[in-house]
Each structure stands twice: as C-alpha cells, then as structure tokens.
Design a protein around this ligand. Structure first.
Ligand SMILES: Nc1ncnc2c1ncn2[C@@H]1O[C@H](COP(=O)(O)OP(=O)(O)OP(=O)(O)O)[C@@H](O)[C@H]1O
Length: 376
C-alpha cells in the first residue's frame, strides 16, 4: 500500500505531546513527514529530554498511524531534543561594572560578612577595582569591618544628576545600608523599603569602573535576595558555610535558591569558614569544633566548586572588630588562605564567563594583570 503524506499529517493532528495543549503538528513539534510505500518517517522536535515522554510520543505516533491509516505501516520516529533557552535574570546592567558577585549564607553568623570584607580587600590588593554593597539589612556590619563607621556617603554631581559617592576604605568602594541608620538604632526595614534603599545604592551611586562588585546579602533566602536578583544581572553567587550540619542544611537551600530555574544565577562555589580552630600558641594543632570538611563534602555532593577553607582564629575576629580585615596582613598563613580563596573565586568567575553566555554585566576573561593570581 502506498501511504499519503497528507493522511499521515491529518492523523498526527489528532494527538499531542504530553503536557502540551495543541496537537503536535500545530505546535510545530512535527518537523517533517516522509513516506516510502508502506513506510513512514516522522521527524519530531521536542523540548524535553525526559525518556518517558519521548517513548510515549513515539508509541502514540505509531499507534495513530496504524489505527487510522494502515495497520501494517512501518513507522520510524526520529526525535531531536532542543531545550528552550533558560530564562536569565533580566536586571539592568550598570555601565562600568564587569562582575557582580553575591555572597550568601543560609544561616546567620557563619562569617559571611567577615569573609566578604576580606575578599574585597584581597581583590583590591591584587589590583582589581572593587566595590562592596552591604545589603545585610538585619545587621549591616561592613562600615565597622572596614573602619568607616563615622563616615557618610557624599552627594556628588554626575552629568547633571545627583549621585551617592561610595565611601572608600583599603581601596574598596563601600555603600552600606548601615550608613543610613544610627549605630545604636534598631531599624526594622520593611521589605519594600529595604528594596528601594538598595536600588538607590545600586543605581543612584557613582560606582565608576569596577572589576568586581561584591554584595553581602542578608542571611537566609528571602525577599531581599529576590529583589536584588531581579534588579541586577548577578554574575555568580558564593555561599559561605561552617562545617556544621545546621549550617550546611541552610547552605544547601541557598544553593538551591540560586539554581532554581526562574533565578538561574550560577553558583561559583562554596567557602568553608571556621573549618577548624587553631590556637595561637599551638599553630600546628587543628580542632574540628564544628565537624570536619562538611562544606567541602556538600560542594562535592551538589557538584559545585569548593573554593577553600578558613580557620577559626582569634585574629580574624579581632581584625573584624578593629576594622582592619585580616587579609591585609602580610606574610602570614592567613593572608595566604585569603589569597588562595580569592584566586579561586577569580578563576571560577573566568570559567563562568568563558563557558556560559553572558547575562549582561560580565566579562573578565583573563587574569592578566593580576600579579597575585599569576604568582601561584
Ligand atoms: N574565621 C573566623 N574566625 C574567627 N572569628 C570569625 C571567623 N569568621 C567570622 N568570625 C566572627 O564571627 C562573628 C560572625 O561573623 P559575621 O558577622 O561575619 O557573620 P555573618 O554570617 O555575616 O552574620 P549575619 O549575616 O548573621 O550578620 C563575628 O564576630 C566575626 O568576627
């Protein structure tokens, strides 16, 4: 029997792919139909790689042709899968800012702000132009950690517009929600108010040219995170956790938040803070107070890079309280730890920028010019 192409198409118009409303011809899934005597070849384009849906589509096509047209038809279905482009964060890019890195933690108090302050000064020491946005509305600690508590951003005129000039410390440009509250005043920010204040600090500020803008997010996974990710094209996220189980469970939620389809911010990796305690007088001794290698193992389990570990040492805490981040030390083991961590983040940013299409505000594709990176 000679099969007619138009009959086959008419038969295919009576079935649809699983999960789709319109029939498979109308939806464009059927790309081509060829007939050779009693043989039919159907080329199908699907958007899902799910095996059971592919199998079902193939079985439905064979069945409808054999039932409606010719029961001995030999049917071959070629399926091609082409996933639709993932939605990317649409936020406005800020001219001059190349990479925006969000630093998050699931749980509070794991040292996210301490790590962010140290990363910022390490990047500046390496010669990068660095900005830091303290978006931790519950406890903005950056002004204290960078010793600029008493300063306030000035208003300057840029191209006829009044802009906020970030406060500068240790080569890092800083804006913090803490600059707009009194140090001993408890401010309860309502979500929309906080989001508005942050938007002003992002878009109504004279950041100038930056290689990296770090954002110290509040702990958890809340509205502020979403509103920042909607306002800005975040290059990647870094998650800070201690090795403790309760912190790891929350870190996992943090990773999931960035990776969920509607957000889709690449996770550059996980940092293990307070990995072990080392007393000053016994620098060789390591005590795994919060458990051993928990964040490292979490990174392996989730398939995201492990960026490095930092010990729990008194000098990190003291440096934070004094307003002179520990990464500014010279010739110490701590300085090397921060440098290694920072290098890994720069490397992961380079990897991300070369392997994933740019969202909007990215582009550091080489580490040229960065002596500390090249040195090791
Ligand atoms: N590696 C470390 N060694 C010693 N002390 C540390 C270390 N990391 C952080 N700290 C101290 O732990 C306390 C909490 O750190 P930090 O404020 O950075 O945490 P956080 O995760 O940003 O907290 P939150 O987001 O809840 O405000 C601070 O007193 C800080 O000095």
């Amino acid at each position: 029997m000679k099969l007619e192409r138009k009959d086959i198409i008419a038969a295919l118009e009576t079935i649809s792919l699983s999960g789709e409303g319109s029939n498979m011809v109308e939806s464009g899934a059927v790309k081509n139909v060829m007939t050779f005597g009693d043989e039919v070849v159907v080329d199908l384009l699907m958007t899902t790689p799910a095996m059971h849906i592919k199998k079902r589509a193939e079985a439905d096509i064979i069945k409808v042709i054999q039932e409606k047209i010719f029961d001995k038809a030999i049917v071959k279905v070629n399926i091609k899968v082409e996933a639709p482009e993932k939605p990317t964060i649409k936020g406005k890019s800020i001219p001059g800012i190349k990479n925006i890195i969000a630093v998050a933690s699931g749980k509070g108090g794991v040292g996210k702000s301490t790590v962010t302050a140290n990363l910022a000064v390490s990047l500046a020491k390496m010669g990068f132009k660095v900005g830091l946005l303290d978006a931790d509305i519950y406890g903005p600690s950056m002004p204290m950690m960078l010793d600029v508590q008493t300063e306030r951003p000035l208003s300057i005129n840029v191209d006829g517009k009044s802009k906020m000039k970030p406060v500068e410390s240790y080569g890092v440009k800083l804006l913090s929600i803490g600059f707009f509250t009194k140090p001993d005043q408890a401010v309860v920010w309502r979500g929309p108010m906080a989001a508005k204040a942050l938007n002003q600090m992002i878009f109504d500020a004279a950041w100038g040219e930056l290689d990296f803008m770090l954002i110290d997010l509040p702990p958890g996974t809340g509205d502020i995170h979403l509103s920042i990710m909607q306002s800005l094209p975040i290059t990647g996220a870094v998650i800070v956790s201690t090795p403790q189980n309760v912190a790891l469970a929350d870190a996992k939620k943090g990773v999931a938040m960035f990776q969920q389809e509607s957000i889709n911010v690449p996770v550059l990796g996980i940092i293990e803070n307070m990995a072990y305690f080392t007393p000053d007088e016994l620098p060789e001794n390591k005590y795994y107070i919060f458990g051993k290698e928990g964040a490292r193992n979490l990174a392996t389990d989730l398939g995201v890079p492990f960026l490095g570990e930092l010990p729990l040492v008194q000098s990190i805490r003291e440096a934070g309280d004094l307003g002179r981040p520990a990464a500014l030390q010279t010739g110490t083991a701590l300085e090397s730890s921060f440098e290694e961590l920072t290098r890994n983040i720069v490397q992961e940013t380079v990897n991300r920028n070369t392997s994933i299409p740019p969202t909007e505000a990215i582009k550091i594709t080489t580490m040229a010019g960065c002596s500390a990176v090249k040195g090791k």
